[in-house]
Design a protein around this ligand. Structure first.
Ligand code: MRU
Length: 354
């Protein structure tokens, strides 16, 4: 399985996803500004991956002697700098809630350590670093649990030993610390000989499906086929698809879910064709502070992402474009939300998750 984020000996590296699948190239992230740029330009993307990268970039700075020397032995100053860094990192992309939540938790821990007189400055740095690095393994364990719960649930609902799944965007190892969420469900099905086939959409305009998911599926030898986004209705009509499984950038209290643009139209089509529609979402993507999908901020990206492919202009130069990067699927179109605690109907979230 490919690694999108590597942290070793206080050095942080990312796989530059802008170059995939043609080039597999890792690059260094030396500070918080590098991380902000990598997230904003989508060198690293996917809700869990951007949150982990943000927090790890803070850890890199904490362990950079030169950067940290002005704060030496002043835990309060360090806390204040860490707060500023986290606020800045959260401006990189607005829709996924994970980065906000992970940054808040890091600041919370820093606050606790800074006010504990038994904790030295060095111990504070070490504990914050350890916390950040642990997020990588925690995310992989979370994704495996999501994968296993989802695989079992979908097989039982379909009443079949082997099922065919459609997914959208990229939710795999590239979008997480490893294994993936929706792609984790596909992976778990495959590992238990329960996957007949996986279909992935191209996911225009950024092509996370054709550039990233198709590459991950092929690399991991998972039986799969790529389709264009406008082929989903025809797929449901002409082939057997047992379930749709997509990821999420923010699931709110009533189960409304923001995910990659195009998710909503797949959910509408799935309802029409009676195909169960699942959202794979770690708890870190669930935002109980918002009551409905109308409250979710939706990122709009540059027109050039529509007008150009691989840097080559494919449209009239002056055409106006609207490029929302995400849409919101209303709860009534969602069969279940697959989390690391199990699979819940959207209206169960309020009682099962706190
Ligand atoms: O714009 P992106 O590529 O960051 O969007 C990614 C998605 O919409 C994913 O489905 C979501 O972040 C879940 S990734 C496990």
């Amino acid at each position: 399985m490919v690694e999108s984020i590597i942290f070793s000996k206080n050095k942080l590296k990312i796989l530059n996803q802008l170059k995939l699948p043609l080039q597999v190239e890792y690059e260094d992230i030396n500070n918080v500004t590098d991380a902000w740029n990598a997230i904003h330009s989508m060198k690293v993307r996917g809700a869990p991956a951007i949150a982990i990268l943000a927090v790890l970039s803070v850890a890199v700075e904490l362990n950079d002697r030169q950067l940290i020397s002005p704060f030496n032995d002043n835990k309060e100053l360090l806390l204040s700098r860490l707060r500023d860094q986290c606020t800045y990192l959260c401006t990189s992309r607005p829709t996924a809630v994970n980065i906000d939540k992970e940054c808040k938790q890091l600041v919370q821990l820093a606050l606790k350590l800074s006010t504990d007189s038994n904790v030295s400055f060095e111990a504070m740095v070490n504990q914050l670093t350890e916390y950040s690095v642990n997020l990588l393994q925690i995310d992989i364990n979370t994704n495996k649990a999501i994968g296993d719960f989802g695989a079992k649930h979908i097989k039982s609902l379909a009443n079949k030993e082997s099922v065919t799944i459609l997914t959208h965007c990229n939710t795999g190892s590239l979008a997480t610390a490893g294994y993936g969420t929706a792609l984790g469900v596909i992976r778990s099905l495959h590992l238990t000989n329960s996957l007949t086939h996986a279909y992935c959409t191209e996911t225009r305009p950024y092509n996370q499906g054709s550039r990233l998911t198709a590459w991950e599926l092929l690399t991991d030898k998972i039986p799969s086929t790529l389709i264009c986004d406008n082929m989903v209705a025809a797929l449901f009509k002409n082939k057997t698809v047992d379930a749709v499984v997509v990821g999420a950038d923010r699931v709110v209290a009533n189960g409304d879910t923001a995910n990659k643009i195009g998710t909503y139209q797949i959910a509408v089509l799935a309802k029409y064709h009676s195909v169960p529609f699942f959202v794979a979402s770690p708890l870190s993507t669930i935002d109980m502070s918002k009551q409905s999908g109308n409250e979710i901020p939706i990122e709009e990206r540059p027109a050039d992402e529509i007008k150009k492919i691989g840097g080559i202009q494919i449209t009239a130069a002056d055409i106006k474009c609207w490029n929302p990067s995400f849409d919101v699927t209303p709860n009534e179109l969602i069969t279940g939300i697959i989390t690391e605690l199990g699979v819940f109907a959207p209206n169960e979230l309020k009682t099962k998750i706190n």
